[in-house]
Each structure stands twice: as structure tokens, then as C-alpha cells.
Design a protein around this ligand. Structure first.
Ligand SMILES: NC(=O)C1=CN([C@@H]2O[C@H](COP(=O)(O)OP(=O)(O)OC[C@H]3O[C@@H](n4cnc5c(N)ncnc54)[C@H](OP(=O)(O)O)[C@@H]3O)[C@@H](O)[C@H]2O)C=CC1
Ligand SMILES: O=C(O)[C@@H]1CCC=N1
Length: 270
């Protein structure tokens, strides 16, 4: 368990996914976790649900903690940073989770060099199955990087990447849970169409998606080969595969990823 403290400026969907994961994995004791929000409604809900320290005062939390996660929307970064920048110390490690907010842009917003780790997590962190991409500036020491990496590894997997690829991460792992939920929802629609209940459809579909993902991760076999294992010659699956190819399944996903990446680059400016 880390002796240090962590604070979240903003505690909406993404921050709460991380907080829930941290509390469950016991990396931080609840009393070492702080969170702020815009409204009393959110901080009351967060206090009730996770029993961590809550406040409406960003500066107070920024001053107090060792790790400070900026968990507001990208376009709110500028405003929040100008509010807290005088309150953070030279030792505070700032962790960002916003799409489109670069290390160079952050340095400008803070008007000085600060310790920065830029991440792109995803909401499955809530159940310990997150995927977080991470890069950092030169002020981050080995120990700090290890601590932050451990922190995100307690709620899933971590990939250290070059910053130039960071804007492409939402399309691959930050936003992609949304497309997978659409797939599960659609599979459940198909099941309902055949006479299954909605719950049965969702369970059958979600378990198949989970199993397929585990097969890729745990066997190391290429997804194309795993697909081939399912397709019996002259059987039913290859009919579905051919139909998906005709309807541009792969092309639709690739296009969606292009749109996602383009928008990610623009987000901090909105
Ligand atoms: N959702 C996702 O799947 C992912 C999101 N992200 C990133 O996470 C960040 C947050 O997104 P998400 O959690 O979805 O958004 P939410 O809208 O759910 O949360 C934003 C939070 O910021 C709070 N807030 C707004 N203004 C202030 C302020 N001035 N001071 C303190 N708190 C403030 C809000 O308070 P209140 O609740 O009171 O309104 C809310 O709790 C974004 O930058 C996004 O790019 C990254 C990866 C995945
Ligand atoms: O939709 C968004 O902008 C954020 C980035 C990754 C997931 N949600």
C-alpha cells in the first residue's frame, strides 16, 4: 500500500472508475484519496460510495496531495490549471487523463516546468480490467514513474508509449469500449429476435466477447487464426464472416477510428 496521497480534480465517470479500482485493489487507503467536483451532488455521491475525502475546493486538494489527477473535460483544463497552479509544489506529480492535451500544452498552461505524466485510461478500470497508455516529461524520476505505473497496473494493464502516438490511443483503447458495448448490445438484439430474453442475450454475448478477448491475450495466437478456428468449412460461421465483409465491418471500424483520432486531436481546443 502506498504511503503517499492522491487527489482527483473532477470525479465524474473516468475518475470514479479509477477511484473504485484503487479502493478495491487497496493500493491507497480511502483516507489517502481526495476528490473534488463542481457540484455538491457529485461529491456527496462519491463520499457515500467510496468513503474517500471530498471537497469543493480544488486549490486545497492540489496543495495537499503527492499525485494530482486532472479528471475534468479537456476544454476545462485551462481554467482548472490556472486556478491550481500556484498551489502545487515542485514535487507534485500531475497526472492527466484528457484526450488531446499534450505535455507541451500543459507546460504552457502551468507557465513553468512541472512533473507531468500524460495518460489515456479507459472505464473498464472500474472492474480492474483497464488499459492505460502513458508517457511523461523529463522531470519524472524512475521511482515516480514506477509508482504511477503500479497505480494504474492495480486497475488493469499499462503501456508506456511515445507521446506522438498518444492522440491515437482513444480510438484503440480509450473509446473502443463504447464500440464493444454497441457490439454486445447488437448481439443481444439478435438474440432477442430469435426469442431469447434480453438478459440471456446480453449474458451470452458479453461472455462470448470476454472469452474471445481472453483467447487473444492468453494464447498469443493471432486473431485471424483464432477466427479461422471458429469457421468450419462449409459451416455457419463463414456465412456470417462473408456477410460482415460484404457490409464493410472492418472498413466501418477503421473509419470510426479515424474520426475518433481526428476529434481527439481537437478536443482540448473546444
Ligand atoms: N469517460 C471515458 O471513458 C474516458 C474519459 N477520459 C477523460 O477523462 C476526463 C473526464 O471525462 P469523464 O469522466 O467522462 O467526464 P465527466 O463529465 O463524467 O466528469 C467531469 C468531472 O469534472 C468535474 N468538474 C467540472 N468542472 C470542474 C471544476 N472547475 N472543478 C472541479 N471539478 C470540475 C465535474 O463535476 P460535476 O460532477 O459536479 O459536474 C465532473 O465530476 C476527460 O478529460 C476525458 O477525456 C479518458 C479516458 C476515458
Ligand atoms: O469521448 C471522449 O472524448 C473520451 C476520450 C476517451 C473516452 N472518452
Amino acid at each position: 500500500m502506498l504511503e503517499k496521497t492522491i487527489g482527483f480534480i473532477g470525479c465524474g465517470k473516468m475518475a470514479q472508475s479509477i477511484i473504485q479500482g484503487l479502493v478495491k485493489s487497496k493500493v491507497f487507503e480511502s483516507k489517502k484519496i481526495y476528490a473534488t467536483a463542481k457540484s455538491s451532488k457529485t461529491i456527496d455521491q462519491v463520499k457515500e460510495q467510496y468513503n474517500i475525502n471530498v471537497s469543493l475546493n480544488n486549490k486545497e486538494v492540489a496543495k495537499k496531495v503527492d499525485f494530482l489527477v486532472l479528471a475534468v473535460k479537456p476544454y476545462q483544463y485551462e481554467e482548472v490549471i490556472s486556478e491550481i497552479k500556484a498551489s502545487i509544489s515542485e514535487e507534485t506529480v500531475i497526472i492527466t487523463i484528457a484526450a488531446g492535451v499534450s505535455l507541451a500544452g500543459l507546460k504552457k498552461s502551468f507557465s513553468r516546468d512541472v512533473k507531468l505524466i500524460r495518460t489515456m485510461p479507459n472505464t473498464p478500470s472500474l472492474v480492474g480490467a483497464g488499459m492505460t497508455a502513458m508517457c511523461h516529461n523529463d522531470l519524472i524520476g524512475e521511482l515516480e514513474l514506477k509508482e504511477v505505473k503500479n497505480l494504474f497496473e492495480s486497475i488493469g494493464k499499462v503501456e508506456l508509449i511515445d507521446e506522438k502516438l498518444m492522440d491515437a490511443i482513444p480510438a484503440v483503447s480509450g473509446s473502443s469500449p463504447a464500440y464493444v458495448y454497441m457490439l454486445i448490445e447488437t448481439l443481444a438484439d439478435g438474440a432477442v429476435r430469435q426469442g431469447f430474453t434480453r438478459d440471456q442475450g446480453i449474458n451470452l454475448a458479453a461472455q462470448a466477447v470476454l472469452g474471445a478477448a481472453k483467447m487473444v491475450l492468453e494464447t498469443g495466437i493471432h486473431p485471424a487464426e483464432l477466427k479461422d478456428h471458429v469457421c468450419t468449412p462449409g459451416g455457419a460461421t463463414i456465412e456470417a464472416v462473408a456477410s460482415l465483409e460484404n457490409d464493410k465491418f472492418r472498413g466501418s471500424i477503421l473509419n470510426a477510428m479515424e474520426h475518433c483520432t481526428k476529434k481527439s486531436k481537437l478536443l482540448s481546443k473546444q
